[in-house]
Design a binder for this molecule. Structure first.
Ligand SMILES: [Ca+2]
Ligand SMILES: [Ca+2]
Length: 255
């Protein structure tokens, strides 16, 4: 009886260790496009990057926006900064000035303090891209909101098209259209499997014209890591080996 109790306790310890190893592989990380925004770093290895695409082909080839400086147009009291294409649209930025900014280069609208804004080009898309660093199951919460409901002719005010995809349009997770002044509300996509190097891309396209297309965007991605099959197998084998070794040691040590 004494032997069995010691055996059981040792095997139990090994099982607990196994589950501890396994659970350590399931940590969740939360990424927020707005609060994580960077005005200094925009690279292919950045967790978030700010990109564009000439035309509306969603093939996953979205170059980085190369310039960070004053947002397109004039603003009061202070111009927020944004990533742009040579100082022009498309652009992506967060108003970090500490106060709401009012557009003054045409019919006015407000860019709220702390908000992320995307604007497409006349014939190009603005892209915010998240890069997965591990194998994970992702929950994606996001929203698009047209901040500029002006409709002053002769310019079209036809709203935008939006897309959420994994890597390219070949794996579209969600898409829709927003009429001028409209918004999606908060939407959630659950159980999205991602591998290291996969991207979740958020895109807006201008429809027929890019006038009055300033769009507030926010996204939160909760990525719960999952062990690679080989990692999980190694952890299981290590736990079982440990259990067998301790069982043998226990039998040898006891009468
Ligand atoms: Ca438009
Ligand atoms: Ca609009």
């Amino acid at each position: 009886m004494h032997l069995r109790i010691r055996e059981l306790s040792r095997i139990s310890a090994a099982v607990v260790m196994h589950f501890a190893l396994a659970s350590s592989c399931f940590a969740a990380d939360v990424y927020d496009a707005t609060t994580d925004f960077s005005g200094t770093t925009n690279t292919n290895s950045s967790a978030w990057s700010y990109r564009y695409r000439a035309g509306t082909t969603r093939d996953g080839n979205y170059p980085l926006l190369p310039n960070f400086g004053p947002a397109v147009g004039s603003w009061t009291p202070t111009s927020p900064n944004a990533w742009t294409l040579g100082g022009d649209n498309p652009e992506v930025g967060v108003n970090g000035t500490g106060s709401a900014a009012t557009f003054t280069a045409g019919p006015s609208f407000v860019w709220p303090s702390g908000a992320m804004l995307m604007h497409p080009g006349q014939n190009s898309m603005a892209v915010v891209s998240w890069l997965s660093s591990s194998a994970a199951i992702a929950t994606i919460q996001f929203s698009f909101l047209d901040l500029d409901n002006n409709a002053v002719e002769p310019y079209l005010s036809d709203g935008i098209d939006w897309y959420v995809e994994r890597n390219s349009g070949g794996f579209t997770l969600a898409s829709g259209t927003i009429a001028n002044g409209g918004g999606t509300g908060i939407l959630i996509i659950s159980d999205v499997s991602v591998s290291p190097g996969d991207r979740i891309n958020f895109l807006i396209a201008p429809k027929s014209a890019y006038n009055y297309d300033s769009t507030q965007f926010n996204a939160t991605i909760t990525a719960t890591s999952v062990p690679e099959p080989s990692t999980h197998l190694l952890a299981t084998l290590a736990a079982l080996t440990l259990a067998v070794m301790r069982r043998r040691q226990g039998q040898t040590a006891l009468p």
